[in-house]
Design a protein around this ligand. Structure first.
Ligand SMILES: Nc1ncnc2c1ncn2[C@@H]1O[C@H](COP(=O)(O)OP(=O)(O)OP(=O)(O)O)[C@@H](O)[C@H]1O
Ligand SMILES: Nc1nc(=O)c2ncn([C@H]3C[C@H](O)[C@@H](CO)O3)c2[nH]1
Length: 283
C-alpha cells in the first residue's frame, strides 16, 4: 500500500509550516557562440551544477543548454539508478540485464523515516560517481553542467530530512562525517566553479510536478516543496546555510527566474542562454 509518509508523519506538517552543434533558434542568434568561445578560450574545464526545487524544470533547462552550444555537456541526475537499485550479486535476466532489487525513490517517499538515510547515502554516492565520470572519448568539454550535486544532496535534501525528523541525530552525524570525508578525499575533482539556481514559487513547482506525473511523487504535498524552497533560498540566495567546504563559500551563483516559460518561449530561452554564456565566461 502506497501510504505517503510525508503526510502521515506529524513532524512534516509542523516542520513544513513553520555542448553539441548549435541546433536551436535561440543559439543561432549568436549569443552562445561568443559565450562558448570565451569559455573555450580558457582551455580549462568548468563544472557547474543546476540546482532548484523538485519539478522546477532542471532537466528541461539542461536540454536547452545541451542543444545551445558545442562546448556545454549536460550530465543528468541519476534518477533511474534510484528507481532501479541493482545489487552487485543480482541475477541476470534472460536478456543479460541485471534485475533491479528495489525502487529506492518510491520507498523513500512511502516511508521516509525508514528510508531517508539509506536514500541519501545512495543518492550521494551515485552523484559522486556521476561527477567523477570522465567526458565521452574525444571530447573535452569546456563546461560540464550537472543536474544537482553532492552539495545539494547534503545542504538541501539530507538537511531537510534531518530537520523534518526523518533522519535522526545519529544518522545525520554519520552522514555528515561520511560526506565531508568523501568530498575532501576527491578534492578538486568534485569542486564546482559555479551554480545556476532555477528559482520559482513552490506552487508553480507543484503544478509542474503534477503535469509530469512521476508515479513515485504522486503524494508529495505543497508543504514539502515549500520546505525545500526555503532551503534553496537560504543556501543559494541568502547564502546563510553553513557549508563546510571553502570553495563552496565563494562559488558564484546565477539566479534565473524559472517561473518563466523557458520551456517554450524563444525570447526567454535566448535571454537565459545569453545570461548563462556570460556567467560561464566569467567563471
Ligand atoms: N518553464 C516551464 N514552464 C512550464 N512547464 C515547464 C517548464 N519547465 C519544465 N516544465 C515542465 O515541468 C515538468 C517538470 O520539468 P523537469 O522534469 O524538467 O523538472 P526537474 O526540475 O528536472 O525535476 P526533478 O526535480 O524531479 O529532477 C515537465 O512536465 C516539464 O515539461
Ligand atoms: N530525499 C531526497 N534526497 C535527495 O538527495 C534527492 N535528490 C532528488 N530527490 C528526489 C526529488 C525528485 O522527486 C526526484 C528526482 O529529482 O528525486 C531527492 N530526494
Amino acid at each position: 500500500m502506497a501510504v505517503n509518509g510525508f503526510r502521515k508523519l506529524p513532524s512534516l506538517a509542523s516542520a513544513a509550516r513553520s555542448v553539441l552543434p548549435t541546433r536551436r533558434p535561440a543559439a543561432r542568434a549568436g549569443h552562445t557562440a561568443s559565450a562558448e568561445g570565451k569559455v573555450a578560450g580558457t582551455g580549462q574545464l568548468k563544472r557547474v551544477s543546476v540546482e532548484g526545487n523538485i519539478a522546477v524544470g532542471k532537466s528541461t533547462f539542461a536540454r536547452l543548454l545541451q542543444d545551445a552550444a558545442r562546448g556545454w555537456e549536460v550530465v543528468p541526475e541519476p534518477v533511474s539508478k534510484w528507481q532501479n537499485v541493482v545489487a552487485d550479486d543480482a541475477q541476470f535476466d534472460g536478456l543479460g540485464a541485471q534485475s533491479p532489487v528495489s525502487n529506492l525513490l518510491q520507498l523513500m517517499y512511502e516511508d521516509p523515516a525508514r528510508w531517508a538515510y539509506t536514500f541519501q547515502t545512495f543518492s550521494c554516492t551515485s552523484r559522486l560517481s556521476t561527477q567523477l565520470r570522465p567526458p565521452p572519448p574525444g571530447r573535452s568539454p569546456p563546461v560540464r553542467v550537472y543536474e544537482r550535486s553532492v552539495y545539494s544532496d547534503r545542504y538541501i535534501f539530507a538537511l531537510t530530512m534531518f530537520e523534518l525528523g526523518f533522519i535522526n541525530a545519529a544518522e545525520w552525524a554519520v552522514y555528515q562525517n561520511w560526506h565531508s570525508f568523501l568530498v575532501e578525499q576527491f578534492g578538486p575533482r568534485v569542486q564546482l566553479e559555479g551554480i545556476i539556481y532555477l528559482r520559482a514559487p513552490p506552487e508553480i513547482c507543484m503544478k509542474r510536478l503534477h503535469k509530469r506525473g512521476r508515479k513515485e511523487e504522486k503524494d508529495i504535498d505543497l508543504a514539502y516543496l515549500q520546505k525545500l524552497h526555503a532551503q534553496h533560498e537560504k543556501w543559494l540566495k541568502d547564502r546563510k546555510t553553513r557549508v563546510h567546504f571553502e570553495h563552496l563559500k565563494r562559488v558564484p551563483v546565477l539566479v534565473l527566474d524559472a517561473g518563466l516559460a523557458f520551456d517554450r518561449d524563444a525570447e526567454v530561452q535566448r535571454r537565459f542562454i545569453e545570461q548563462v554564456g556570460t556567467f560561464f565566461g566569467d567563471l
